[in-house]
Design a protein around this ligand. Sequence first.
Ligand SMILES: *[C@@H]1O[C@H](CO)[C@@H](O)[C@H](O)[C@H]1NC(C)=O
Ligand SMILES: *[C@@H]1O[C@H](CO)[C@@H](O)[C@H](O)[C@H]1NC(C)=O
Ligand SMILES: *[C@@H]1O[C@H](CO)[C@@H](O)[C@H](O)[C@H]1NC(C)=O
Ligand SMILES: *[C@@H]1O[C@H](CO)[C@@H](O)[C@H](O)[C@H]1NC(C)=O
Ligand SMILES: [Zn+2]
Length: 457
Amino acid sequence: MESKKQDEDVEEPLLTNTGSSSSHKPSLIQSLISAMSLITAITFAVLFFSLPSPTKSTTRPLRKLPHPVVILISSDGFRFGYQFKTLTPNIHRLINNGTEAQTGLIPVFPTLTFPNHYSIVTGLYPPHHGIINNFFTDPITGDKFTMASHESKWWLGQPLWETLANHGLTAATYFWPGSEVKKGLWTCPEQFCKHYNGSVDFEDRVDSVLEYFDLPLHDIPVFMTLYFEDPDHQGHRVGPDDDEVTDAVSRIDSVIGRLINGLEQKGFFEDVTIIMVGDHGMVGTCDQKLVFLDDLAPWVKIQQSWVHSYTPLLAIWPTGNYSSRDVAVKMNQGLSSGQVENGNKLKVFLKEDLPWRLHYADSDRIPPIIGLVHEGYKVEMSRTGKKECGGAHGYDNAYFSMRTIFIGHGPQFARGKKIPSFENVEIYNLITSILNIKGAPNNGSDAFPKSVLLPNA
Ligand SMILES: *[C@@H]1O[C@H](CO)[C@@H](O)[C@H](O)[C@H]1NC(C)=O
Ligand SMILES: *[C@@H]1O[C@H](CO)[C@@H](O)[C@H](O)[C@H]1NC(C)=O
Ligand SMILES: *[C@@H]1O[C@H](CO)[C@@H](O)[C@H](O)[C@H]1NC(C)=O
Ligand SMILES: *[C@@H]1O[C@H](CO)[C@@H](O)[C@H](O)[C@H]1NC(C)=O
Ligand SMILES: [Zn+2]
């Protein structure tokens, strides 16, 4: 198995390495040599796998809990790399004794709070879970979705708490977008479902989660969420490089420490699985990095009522006799003319023409014209002369600045392991695997949990 994988790895650069050397047709001698090394490798593999291996680790047995328990923590806007801004001993304790996405967790597009939090708990791309922006309008009814909309019609897919309810298991949500929505067997029960209130101290949130561990062992919820608004809050106001953000990171580290210490005192720390993530990153924005839609007037006059969101996700829905295709073509003519300030920093697409990797077309809720703006740039209707610098997110998820963190710590995560970056739609299957239940169909891959989690003993 090992040798096959290595062979595949060797072939990859060859595929991309075009024309640098002559023919790759192997000579007889070369074929013989590779056949011999294959035999050696197989012999070695047989020997290796038939001996008991003390270094190969497996799932660690639970000492106290009767079943696995997962605590899913989100620190909003925790850009990948923030963990190095200052000393973060508690986060590093999870990293060093757990499994980390070495170059960060990749958010879904658009890299906004609600779409991403809901992708994490459903395993679905936004068109399939329905939360395609933090706010949007239903094109059929005209109803408006906001971050305070708790009617189930908006929230498609099956979030983890509903999956658990379907399996007769208990979940407890201390804030998470969508958690207050009654869906299927999930009724947002009073004892285990907190209604969003941003004024509750982070410490109180942690203490409430710790209290669940004082319940009789079989009543401890098997899945818990914990949400913190920071450091997103500071990142927007002052940009990612300000010392206010550093302080916010420090504070998040200390509430993580409070959770770890509490679990340790109760004797559960090594039994519990902690998954710490963010929803997206953050990038600095400033005065001169602006594109104005009014500047496109010589090509096409964009009406204010067409613009469903400006920035960083530009979403336009022309009405009346205007065809979306014509509007998009004319906008791009203006943007690429060289006569529009920062025009080369924005490109618009009919949603069906967006790069496929963004998975942002397959929903009536998505307006027909979507703009992709370069990181750090913002789109506005007209010049206001306002001077302001801050931070933003929502850009193409290919930007490194939009990445966030993934750390898994617990009995099924290897200690000190680094894994390649992956998209957050994989997390749903990861959690259902840890809890050993069958989840709903989603956009994560079946192979992912096996590639990350320790094998059973
Ligand atoms: C890391 O795990 C080992 C057990 O393998 C344990 O002895 C050690 O205390 C842990 N370190 C921290 C910082 O939790
Ligand atoms: C929100 O939490 C704060 C702090 O705990 C509390 O004083 C306030 O009453 C809460 N608001 C609501 C609407 O529950
Ligand atoms: C659309 O075009 C039709 C036919 O050309 C015209 O009668 C109608 O007034 C136009 N509507 C708008 C909103 O411009
Ligand atoms: C995502 O999952 C949904 C629901 O299972 C499915 O309809 C859709 O085709 C999937 N999309 C991708 C890109 O995998
Ligand atoms: Zn966010």
